[in-house]
Design a protein around this ligand. Structure first.
Ligand SMILES: [Mn+2]
Length: 330
């Protein structure tokens, strides 16, 4: 376990204005960490700018204060200028690579000191000060610890956001990354008033009909290989069009082949409109998919990793990925 660097603590304590950013297409951990930390810092007397490239997707629009997130870069720059010299900082949460900050990457990195808090294995270092711990289940866990060390109060609302962060990144406390500390923090959050059943209801029983229609098509693509050890599904641009679903709606699909008894690695191929095929890998047990992803120029954790291909056919990508995985499993 890597403790928070003293310097980061000093920088955060001294700041009056904090810009919070995360990766594009933010998941539960990204949004929960950002909104939770925003609430914690505001409660601790700081001004906070919640920056997102796009408004919060329908999957997470139940998160408290998600409507306070702003997408306006000019407003962000005005916010930073309002602070006295050296009192405005940026904190990037759950982002493993500066390219994943999105189109405004350059403008965001210009607000310094730029602090990075992340738990991705294969993190590519950026910013001025880094707190990286790939043994943490989630960035939400790290934000909770930051609040504790700062002596900042975690309101019931912030606790809710952090619980969403931790529970989504651990697959509801089922993945390998779930540690005793993860569960202790979750217990603290429940003690502050979070109701796990309410979170589960909002996160998992929150489907649109379009998502279910798309799931029907995607599950029909299931292929099992390597004596049942690899389960692969894919989604095409045409399936998106036919179902009316959006790319938000595929969240969690990779868990279906992963749930097969014999499967050790689940693969989900997604064809984007721009001729890009993204590959998500999920492993069970001791198989390290981060290594396979790294060979294709991607990254992630031992049990969850990904990468992309440009200008390749679905069939080609499928063949190449299966070959690499069969080798890795052998
Ligand atoms: Mn995360």
């Amino acid at each position: 376990m890597k403790e928070i660097p003293e310097q980061i603590l000093e920088i955060v304590n001294k700041a009056t204005h904090v810009v919070l950013v995360t990766h594009v297409h933010p998941d539960g951990d990204a949004l929960g960490s950002l909104l939770g930390l925003a609430d914690i810092l505001e409660g601790h007397g700081k001004k906070v700018f919640r920056y997102l490239e796009e408004p919060v997707s329908h999957l997470y629009d139940f998160l408290p204060d998600c409507d306070l997130a702003e997408t306006d870069l000019a407003a962000l720059e005005r916010f930073a200028e309002e602070a006295d010299e050296g009192k405005a900082i940026t904190i990037s949460l759950d982002c493993g690579d500066c390219d994943r900050l999105g189109q405004a990457k350059r403008e965001l990195l210009a607000i310094s000191p730029f602090v990075v808090i992340d738990h991705h294995y294969g993190h590519r270092s950026f910013g001025d000060h880094l707190w990286l711990d790939s043994e943490r289940s989630s960035t939400g866990e790290m934000v909770y610890e930051l609040a504790q060390i700062m002596g900042a109060e975690v309101s019931q609302q912030a606790a809710f956001s952090l619980y969403v962060a931790i529970s989504t990144d651990t697959g509801s406390f089922r993945y390998e990354n779930t540690s005793p500390r993860t569960l202790r923090i979750a217990a603290d959050l429940v003690e502050s008033g979070v109701r796990p059943a309410e979170v589960a209801d909002k996160v998992y029983d929150n489907y649109t009909i379009e998502r279910l229609r798309l799931m029907e098509m995607v599950l029909a693509t299931l292929q099992v290989s390597a004596a049942g050890q690899i389960g692969l599904i894919h989604v095409s641009a045409e399936m998106f069009a036919r179902s009316g679903a959006t790319s938000d709606d595929i969240d969690g699909f990779v868990n279906y082949p992963r749930a097969l008894r014999s499967v050790r690695v689940a693969v989900f191929l997604k064809e984007n409109k721009k001729g890009i095929i993204s590959v998500s890998l999920r492993a069970k047990g001791d198989c390290d998919v981060a290594e396979v992803a790294a060979d294709f120029g991607g990254g992630g954790h031992r049990n969850a990793a990904g990468f992309r291909f440009v200008d390749r056919s679905m069939e080609d990508v499928q063949k190449e990925v299966l070959e690499a995985l069969e080798k890795a499993l052998a």
